[in-house]
Design a protein around this ligand. Structure first.
Ligand code: CAA
Length: 257
């Protein structure tokens, strides 16, 4: 597969996708989105791939949606294209993926990192929703996902002032799962990805769906969804293997069935 704006490689069962528009600090134009959709689809479709890492450069995860591409677009064009709607194809990825964020994660960059199942930040990461300074508001989920992650007051602070949040504040606010030294970012992300990749694959997808249900439903239906997922996994060979392996004091061997 050849891509214009991203680099993709596999390391065993882990797919590493790197945003690669250094001249624009990885600003997210429609080509980046098109490339990411193909890459995440290919990742989902490959039975040997179990977890993905999305990252950028040391200076920028992504500095936002591409302002130069949006500059001339008016309401009719944006509405007609339903601009940004296709990012749901990225969030539709079924297998788990991690955002490993270094440098700027601003606007759409912060929003893309928040689409990940887990976010790890380097100590130089800077997050922000500066769209207000451009006369707009977040368009790829910032007002929704940031608010769910950090709560109303801090989300309002970020969206209304457009200020940046450093990695320490992001971790304290639960925006990311951990902060690591920049030099360790990819090793730490890979360690986590390999741990996830070693899990029974159907259970990994079911766990991801169950946690995501907490964002989509009320508690009653979320709990019901979780119980039914648990019940359903009991029909898999991996469940039989996992419980047998525990009882027999040996590691499980997964089939993804
Ligand atoms: N879109 C297009 N180009 C961008 C960009 C963006 N979001 N961010 C940076 N670039 C380009 C710059 O124009 C510059 O290109 P040229 O060399 O051709 O001029 C290049 O990347 C390097 O950027 P800077 O010279 O500005 O680098 P810096 O180190 O001085 O500053 C920065 C870095 C603070 C991140 C600054 O680039 C910046 O503020 N970028 C814009 C951030 C922003 O507003 N993001 C939100 C975009 S709107 C959005 O994302 C909507 C949404 O919700 C989806």
């Amino acid at each position: 597969m050849s891509y214009e704006t991203i680099l993709v490689e596999t390391q065993g069962p882990v797919t590493v996708i790197r945003l690669n528009r250094p001249q624009a600090l990885n600003a997210l134009n429609t080509q980046v989105l098109a490339d990411l959709i193909v890459a995440f689809r290919a990742f989902d479709a490959d039975p040997d791939q179990r977890c993905a890492i999305l990252t950028g450069s040391e200076k920028a995860f992504a500095a936002g949606a591409d302002i130069k591409q949006m500059q001339e677009k008016g309401y009719a064009e944006m509405f007609g294209e339903d601009f940004f709607a296709d990012w749901s194809k990225v969030t539709g990825t079924r297998k788990p993926w991690i955002a490993a964020v270094a440098g700027f994660a601003l606007g759409g960059g912060c929003e893309l990192a928040m689409m990940a199942d887990i976010m790890i930040a380097a100590d130089n990461a800077r997050f922000g929703q500066p769209e207000i300074k451009l006369g707009v508001c977040p368009g790829m989920g910032g007002s929704q996902r940031l608010t769910r992650a950090v709560g109303k007051s801090k989300a309002m602070d970020m969206c209304l002032t457009g200020r940046m949040m450093d990695a320490t504040e992001a971790e304290r606010a639960n925006l990311c799962s951990k902060v690591v030294p920049l030099a360790d970012l990819m090793d730490e992300a890979m360690k986590m990805a390999q741990a996830i990749a070693a899990m029974p694959p159907l259970a990994a997808i079911a766990n991801k769906e169950a946690v995501n249900a907490a964002f989509e439903t009320g508690l009653h239906h979320g709990l019901l969804f979780e119980r039914r997922s648990f019940n359903g996994l009991c029909a898999t060979e991996d469940k039989a293997e996992g419980m047998a392996a525990f009882v027999e004091k040996r590691p499980g061997v997964w089939k993804g069935k």
